[in-house]
Design a protein around this ligand. Structure first.
Ligand SMILES: NC(=O)c1ccc[n+]([C@@H]2O[C@H](COP(=O)([O-])OP(=O)(O)OC[C@H]3O[C@@H](n4cnc5c(N)ncnc54)[C@H](O)[C@@H]3O)[C@@H](O)[C@H]2O)c1
Ligand SMILES: O=C(O)C[C@H](O)C(=O)O
Length: 361
């Protein structure tokens, strides 16, 4: 029997009723919990957003530029391969943006902070963690790149870490161990994200927020609810970071097809959970032919990339370095979009009214 399986995640009110409603890969319907959806692909295309009002901040093409049903959607927008690499305008202002990393002392937080410190676009880098982040900040601050690094430790210093920031990146939370699903992290990470986003709403209501903490398809809707309660929700500024799925897809496809890594771009839909991670292999750039066996093999590997790393680390955590790379790429795309670069596109987990439905037997 055909089952309607949305590639987009449902809006999750912060309530116990809905807390476990979206285990990865389970079919669900729009009406089962909440009324809005979080689809998983966006194109960021921005006007100059510095100081823009929330409603005019971004022009997104939420899910419209890729269709899951060939021939039924709008034609793809022209897109550059790995478009985060360079700007056609090449005019991003140097060191103009302030970033806060919440959870900066962690496995992702540290290498991510290093990558952000290397960016010439970043003016200040506020590192916040409940663990002592002073050492990380002291260490990073010796790199002779423009970003000014500051440390903020503990809840009392959270407000200061958020002052005047343009972009907040949240990798705070526990990672999984072998045998766990990302949903098993929900109880702890939901509370962490809620607390951090409450502070963001109060102290940086206009900042863009990138959420890395798992399970992304729950933590992002939770963040949305918090922002709504605080009256500062703008769906165009809240992103679930699913870039690691894209990074993995690009790598695995390039390896399989013997292509140059830098040339390959595979859009990936999904809320970063199990079989809802949906690589759009037919949209691979450059155009490539895949056999059904290759599609099956690549899809399964991309969907299980996280587990591959969790098992290889054997209890020492989950992906940190590739995630830091992916998050830095997404952050740079956000900065470029903030700076008015209209060529930027990235896949992400965002709210949208555009539903795409897959039918599978
Ligand atoms: N979106 C993705 O693609 C993706 C990829 C990899 C990992 N993750 C997720 O990212 C999260 C972090 O992973 P990690 O490997 O860096 O974990 P980690 O344990 O190494 O680091 C987490 C950091 O968060 C900090 N922290 C905990 N509670 C906090 C709070 N209330 N406020 C501020 N900081 C707090 C910890 O002190 C620690 O430094 C996990 O939930 C993991 O599942 C997501
Ligand atoms: O798999 C995990 O738990 C971490 C992360 O979501 C990943 O995809 O590597």
């Amino acid at each position: 029997m055909a089952t309607a399986l949305s590639s987009m995640m449902l809006h999750t009110p912060v309530s116990s009723k809905c807390a476990n409603y979206m285990p990865a890969g389970v079919a669900y319907s729009r009406s089962s919990c909440g009324s809005k959806a979080f689809p998983t692909h966006i194109s960021i295309a921005s006007k100059n957003l510095k100081g823009a009002s929330p409603s005019s901040a971004l022009g997104f093409f939420c899910g419209e530029d890729y269709t899951l049903l060939e021939g039924h959607g709008k034609p793809s927008l022209p897109r550059k391969v790995n478009s985060n690499q360079s700007s056609p305008k090449g005019q991003v202002r140097a060191a103009a943006y302030n970033i806060a990393v919440l959870g900066a002392a962690g496995g992702i937080g540290q290498p991510l902070s290093l990558l952000l410190k290397m960016s010439p676009l970043v003016a200040s880098l506020n590192l916040y963690d409940i663990a002592n982040v002073k050492g990380v900040a002291a260490d990073l601050s010796h790199c002779n790149t423009p970003a000014q690094v500051s440390a903020f430790t503990g809840f009392a210093e959270l407000p200061d870490s958020l002052k005047n920031v343009d972009l907040i990146i949240i990798p705070a939370g526990v990672p999984r161990k072998p045998g766990m699903t990302r949903d098993d992290l929900f109880k702890i990470n939901a509370g962490i994200v809620r607390t951090l986003v409450e502070a963001a709403a109060e102290h940086a209501p206009n900042a863009w927020i990138n959420i890395i903490s798992n399970p992304v398809n729950s933590t992002v809707p939770i963040a949305a609810e918090v922002l709504k309660q605080k009256g500062v929700y703008n769906p165009r500024k809240l992103f679930g970071v699913t870039t690691l799925d894209v990074v993995r897809a690009n790598t695995f496809v390039a390896q399989k097809k013997n292509l140059r890594l830098i040339d390959v771009d595979v859009p990936v839909l999904g809320g970063h959970a199990g079989i809802t991670i949906l690589p759009l292999l037919s949209k691979t750039r450059p155009a490539v032919e895949f056999s059904p066996e290759e599609i099956e093999e690549l899809t399964v590997r991309i969907q299980n990339g996280g587990t591959e790393v969790v098992e290889a680390k054997a209890g020492a955590g989950s992906a940190t370095l590739s995630m830091a790379y992916a998050a830095a790429r997404f952050a740079e795309s956000c900065i470029r979009a903030l700076d008015g670069d209209e060529s930027v596109y990235e896949c992400s987990f965002v709210q949208s009214e555009n539903f795409l439905f897959l039918h599978h037997e």
